[in-house]
Design a protein around this ligand. Sequence first.
Ligand code: NAD
Ligand code: AHE
Ligand code: ZN
Length: 352
Amino acid sequence: TAGKPITCKAAVAWGPPRRPKTRNHRICHTDAYTLSGQDPEGLFPVILGHEGGGIVESVGEGVTNVQPGDHVIPLYIPQCGECKFCKSPKTNLCQKIRVTQGQGVMPDGTSRFTCNGKKVYHFMGCSTFSEYTVVADISVAKVNPNAELDKICLLGCGVPTGYGAALNTAKVEKGSTCAVWGLGAVGLAVGIGCKAAGASKIIGVDVNPDKFKIAKDFGFTDFVNPKDYEKPIQEVLAEKTDGGLDFTFECVGNVQTMRAALESCHKGWGVSTIVGVAGAGQEISTRPFQLVTGRVWKGTAFGGWKSRDSVPKLVEEYCHKPQIMPLDKFITHNLKFGQINEAFHLMHKGER
Ligand code: NAD
Ligand code: AHE
Ligand code: ZN
């Protein structure tokens, strides 16, 4: 049906105050963030969703990298292989279609969605909260068709992001000490990355203590709830770790926890990686002396993975080494597509 309209179900978000099948979808906190109106790039009406897995229904003229029937994971960071970002080994941030993607349209400037006769925007080049979606050819990874789509859809964002933050961005070292703020899917995935790298201590920091039990299964060895202490968490952690951590990760999206994570790093060498996405207009701050004295502030998008090269490999890692890539453990609820608003509600209940 290439070129012909398809009528299907989709979760259309008409505007920030309202709550809202590719085949399998997952909600990432970033979907909730854009829905809340905090995203400076947020446009409405929109079909949100950027973590999914599906089967190619049809391809446009000239598309050669996938064909109907292929199993694919949509990619919000594409990989064209030609731009200067793709050619650099230092980044995964392909820029080939970034401008139009941020404008909620396809690379040719058009939207391919309408609802009740109204134009509906694309989201992050994916729009997975729909039974059918349209994406650029460089925005899909072709993956092993034997891998279950309802599991590997997790490899569209949260899990690779956290796992790669530890392995690619921070480059966690064997025997090192690590701390992770925020034990949602992203923070838990940082845990599996730190464990894979051989960290000796992995401290989970969350204001919701219900998260600590589940996090033990993701490599975390210790837990701290900042609400249990009067003094700043950076002081608490410095005392627990002989002066500070080798690696810290912020997976909340809060500028105060970003500062705490940096200042909890060990003098001289501690590396802090920002993964969380903060709201529009927010800024980070710390005394420059923190950096002068050897702490390093970094950030990561999609865990630094060059998407089309890496996602198929992560799928194979799940298939052949599930003890290292335990996707099944991330799944707490399976809901029907019509229950998408309930899914957002469950995610918000996980916050405190
Ligand atoms: P989530 O809502 O599932 O988890 C967030 C966790 O943070 C919760 O467990 C909550 O209890 C905890 N938390 C809230 N306030 C806290 C505080 N003050 N101190 C400590 N913990 C606190 O979210 P998620 O889906 O895991 O995403 C986490 C963040 O990462 C979001 O900001 C999301 O937008 C961002 N993200 C970034 C990338 C990237 O490529 N950089 C990719 C995916 C997600
Ligand atoms: N649109 C926001 C930025 C949001 C953001 O930082 N997105 C991350 C991915 S979060 C996935 O859950 C990202 O990859 N950013 C790189 C990019 O090019 O957007 C804003 O502030 O405008
Ligand atoms: Zn995401």
